[in-house]
Design a protein around this ligand. Sequence first.
Ligand SMILES: Cc1ncc(C[n+]2csc(CCOP(=O)(O)OP(=O)(O)O)c2C)c(N)n1
Ligand SMILES: [Mg+2]
Length: 318
Amino acid sequence: MGISEIKANQGSKAKLNKLSLYRSLYRIRRFEEVVLQEFSRGYFSGTTHTYLGQEANAVGVLTQLNKDDIVVSNHRCHGHFLAYGGDMRSLFAELMGKTTGVCGGYGGSQHLHWRNFYSNGILGGMLPVATGIALAEKFQMRQTVTIAFLGDGALGEGVFYEALNLASLFQSPILFVLENNRIAQTTPIELHTSGDILSRFLAFDIKAEQIDSSDVLEIQKIAAALIDLVRNSQSPRALIINTHRFGPHSKGDDTRPADLIRKIKQLYDPLIIHGSRLTNYQRTSIDEEVNQEVVEAFQKALEDPIPSLKEMSIKTEF
Ligand SMILES: Cc1ncc(C[n+]2csc(CCOP(=O)(O)OP(=O)(O)O)c2C)c(N)n1
Ligand SMILES: [Mg+2]
């Protein structure tokens, strides 16, 4: 199938200016801060993995998508979901197990589906699924791009290499986005991954780029180029973003020294980096609006009804 035969995509990229980019970053930051805070007060059930510190990855990559493109995410999915355009109140409600949640309260923090967004908590488990989705889209001549997010911990999963092999053999139009925060739960990368990461993609004949940045504009630029390449060549690519996790892996399991965390927050905060392009007045106004939005979203989700036993039993028969 030649590129000329592929139907032109009618979608439109979200063209965001520096103010709305800052807003998108801060919406994720504030959402996640409230999640961590309210988890400890018992408002949510199950577990959660916050995106604190990594906001620029989701915003940088996902603002470059067309509306029909597909996003396949992992356990650390809230930031991806919000950057994709997902609704904050429904996400809070999902974490609370409410019927108004993204998936009616059945998915919880890690298992979201809305429009072309899918996430799953099985490490690496969605990579072959994403490869297949991308291929199915190509067979249907849609010229969409599928984004598959993964963390460095997934490099130890055999299924990751099976996905790379098939993505390359079948030329799936997929962009693997590896968010390398150099830690998997509490295990530093030096103890869980040997050898070079970029070479892993190259070994399967998948061209890959690497970026050391928490700057949303830099990430946007490289993501835009790679997404265009995937779309136009209808073949796989990879982007490795060397990034930094500010919070615990989950709710409170951080064994890193406090000094190290303080240092990475000083050096690599996407909000400080991008926020420096705004005036104090611009930043404060956006912060205030978003703070209000998050409080209201949380409050509304809290007031939403809990599913009755009858509703739950009907649904579990599916
Ligand atoms: C197959 C599988 N094994 C183990 C887990 C438990 N687990 C959840 S997240 C995680 C670490 C993930 O690390 P990484 O891929 O680097 O992503 P990060 O949490 O750093 O974003 C582990 C081991 C899981 N969800 N699935
Ligand atoms: Mg990691």
